[in-house]
Design a protein around this ligand. Structure first.
Ligand SMILES: *Cc1c(COP(=O)(O)O)cnc(C)c1O
Length: 370
């Protein structure tokens, strides 16, 4: 029993902590294994751009100085690339920081936030801490074309005059499902302007679908729309912690009041600029991911395992038995994946697309375990 439990505010007492993927170093210590394969956190298996690595090694950043609290250069470059104003960008210590800032800016006890069943787990945590009520829409049926995906009609059905924020993950993690431009635009258009619509595009750079939305073109038209993206996934900079939100300037100004003045660090600000400039690395990463995903899907189909169609750099597999057990068995073999019981998907595991060698190793160990 934790004797401090009763001291925490009620909103915190009811929280379940986010379960991060197990780090390789920890498993190495626990099991004395080497050559561990980590496919648990949807990081870029190719790592960051080589230019970023060179730059960090040689950089002359003065670590005794506070970072540029306004992130002026990075905001200017992002704005230039997306044809928006720098004042529309909110930088964060990862995009989860931006998501939390949105929750703290717009939610309080008595208000409501809407998101989907099987949506990214952090939404629930960020909403709960504010004291607001989470209204969770049932997802699409496992038999639908987008199994376990967001059901926009069901989400819309939960919007009422207490709703302040709607969270949409596109594509969603852990399911890998996505919403087409038409469907999402219809939803955003139908939402009352008093409801902040967050579209979390953490895997944007990986998506190759023709009908995937270009939400940056919508921000002008919908002042209640906030699009978040990150350098943690395709850019391969998860360890540095940097992401951003794009919105109407008036919304960005509010987020700026809540954000800590130095929520992004000097190294991350610099690295993100270099990462943006290396467009080749993103292209190479996208191509490698498409091939890896295709390979995994083929082999998993041969094993007669159902997978949810994914447009991200990960895939959700129905292992037809306890995902927690399969996770634990794979762990003993030195392969780290993600069990999804916390998402109420007890028979699924989520596996990140790795390098060809990592993918083969995962499949070989999975065959043994099953
Ligand atoms: C990984 C992820 C994020 C955020 O990651 P950060 O490292 O905080 O940028 C946000 N949303 C989804 C759906 C994710 O999978």
């Amino acid at each position: 029993m934790n004797e401090f439990q009763h001291l925490a505010v009620p909103e915190v007492q009811g929280l379940d902590p986010y379960q991060p993927g197990k780090p390789e170093s920890e498993l190495e210590r626990e099991l004395g294994l080497s050559n561990i394969v980590k496919l648990a956190s949807n990081e870029n298996s190719l790592g960051p751009s080589p230019q970023v690595i060179r730059q960090i090694q040689g950089c002359g950043i003065n670590l005794s100085r506070y970072p540029d609290g306004n992130g002026t250069e990075l905001k200017a470059e992002l704005a230039r690339r997306m044809a928006i104003q720098p004042s529309q960008v909110t930088l964060g210590n990862g995009s989860s920081d931006v998501l939390e800032i949105i929750a703290r800016t717009f939610l309080t006890a008595g208000s409501e936030a809407v998101f989907s069943e099987f949506a990214f787990a952090m939404y629930s945590i960020f909403v709960q801490v504010t004291g607001a009520t989470a209204r969770i829409a049932r997802a699409l049926e496992p038999s639908s074309v987008m199994p376990y995906g967001h059901d926009l009609e069901a989400m819309y059905g939960l919007v009422n005059d207490k709703t302040r924020v709607v969270f949409i993950a596109n594509p969603n993690n852990p399911t890998g499902t996505y919403l087409s431009s038409d469907r999402l635009l219809g939803f955003v258009t139908s939402l009352p302007e008093e409801v902040i619509c967050v579209v979390d595009e953490a895997y944007f750079e990986y998506v190759e679908k023709e009908d995937f939305p270009n939400t940056m073109e919508w921000v002008e038209r919908f002042p209640n729309l906030v699009v978040t993206r990150t350098f943690s996934k395709a850019f391969g900079l998860a360890g540095l912690r940097i992401g951003y939100g794009v919105s109407d300037t008036r919304v960005a100004n509010l987020l700026n009041r809540v954000r800590q003045p130095f929520n992004t660090n000097s190294l991350a600000l610099d690295a993100a600029l270099t990462a943006l400039a290396d467009e080749n690395h993103i292209q190479v990463s996208r191509k490698a991911n498409a091939e890896g995903l295709c390979f995994l899907l083929e082999r998993l189909a041969e094993m007669r395992l159902n997978v949810i169609p994914s447009v991200g750099n990960f895939v959700c597999v129905d292992v037809q038995r306890s995902g927690a057990e399969v996770f634990a068995d794979l762990l003993k073999q030195g392969v780290i994946v993600r069990p999804l019981a916390g998402y109420r998907m007890p028979n699924h595991i989520r596996v990140t697309v790795g390098t060809p060698r990592e993918n083969k190793r995962f499949l070989a160990e999975l065959r043994k375990v099953l």
